[in-house]
Design a protein around this ligand. Structure first.
Ligand code: HPA
Length: 283
């Protein structure tokens, strides 16, 4: 993305938002409902935002609006729906909202996604804290000219902030929500994987597989934003459950667990925001 086109996005959002967002929430397939609880909300359809990719086709469950306001006392900007590479968008398109919201002041990003479970024992409805990822999309939004303020060669040794992960584990314990850490493999999609591909991913060390999140996280890390990712295991990955995979099943399971996921995100949000502020004060 070139600095000139992001400028319009930032100027537009600055005018519409009443306050600067501290945290970005990226809410995945069927998991966007928590954006309805945002207080003093300003809701802007993606299609109204200059520079945002324009959709020609809505996929069920991907509502597609930006909701800015307060959640658990934290100023947030929630992406209710996201842009996927499989829709044909370029990596820079997928990354644009992250860049724009960072320019408006966001320092933290919490991402959710639907994923297929690879690790033995995973069941539909389980929540997995993303400990790390494997980029099997072989695309990177950082390719090309370096955007001012972004690192050319960002360190990726702690993509999902370890301090944030400790907080998420604490909150999950307090709320008695089962949460395990695992590695997310990102595929381009949109076809689900073959059983052979799932066996390959298992051997490579992946615990879950999905089609999102990694492009956003790559840009966030280049900017220096801290990330936390939570995968909702909506199905057993291909060949592991014996059943055909369907988007309907993914949406159904998402609907079943979204309350737990929302409770977790809402519990984590003020604490990670507080942690960021505390580390700024110490600098
Ligand atoms: N594979 C890829 N993406 C997914 C899956 C899956 O099994 N489930 C939900 N998103």
């Amino acid at each position: 993305m070139h600095a000139a086109s992001i400028h319009d996005t930032v100027a537009f959002l600055r005018e519409r938002f009443t306050r600067a967002p501290h945290a970005v929430l990226v809410l995945g397939s069927g998991l966007g409902e928590m954006a309805n609880d945002i207080e003093d909300a300003v809701r802007i359809p993606f299609s109204d935002i200059p520079g945002f990719p324009r959709r020609t086709q809505e996929l069920a469950g991907h509502a597609g609006q930006l909701v800015a306001g307060r959640l658990e006392g934290v100023e947030v900007a929630a992406m209710q729906g996201r842009f996927h590479l499989y829709e044909g968008w370029q990596p820079a398109d997928v990354a644009l909202p992250v860049r724009a919201l960072s320019a408006l002041g966001a320092e933290t990003m919490l991402l959710t996604n639907a994923a297929g479970g690879i690790r033995p024992g995973f069941q539909p409805g389980d929540l997995m804290l993303m400990a790390d990822h494997i980029n099997m999309m072989f695309r990177n939004p950082l390719i090309g000219q370096t955007v001012p303020g972004e690192e050319r060669f960002p360190d990726m040794s702690d993509p999902y902030d370890s301090g944030f992960r400790r907080i998420a584990e604490e909150v999950a314990r307090e709320l008695r929500i089962p949460l395990v850490q695992g590695v997310y493999a990102a595929m381009l999609g949109p076809s689900y994987e073959t059983p052979a591909e799932i066996r390959m991913l298992a051997r490579l060390g992946a615990d879950a597989v999905g089609m999102s999140t990694v492009p956003e996280v790559l840009v966030a890390r280049a900017i220096g934003m801290k990330c936390l990712g939570i995968s909702c295991i909506t199905n057993l990955a291909a060949g592991l459950g014996g059943e055909r995979l369907s988007h309907d099943e993914v949406m159904e399971v998402g609907a079943r667990v979204r309350h737990r996921l929302a409770a977790l995100v809402r519990g984590v949000l003020p604490r990670v925001a507080g942690l960021n502020r505390a580390s700024e004060a110490a600098e």
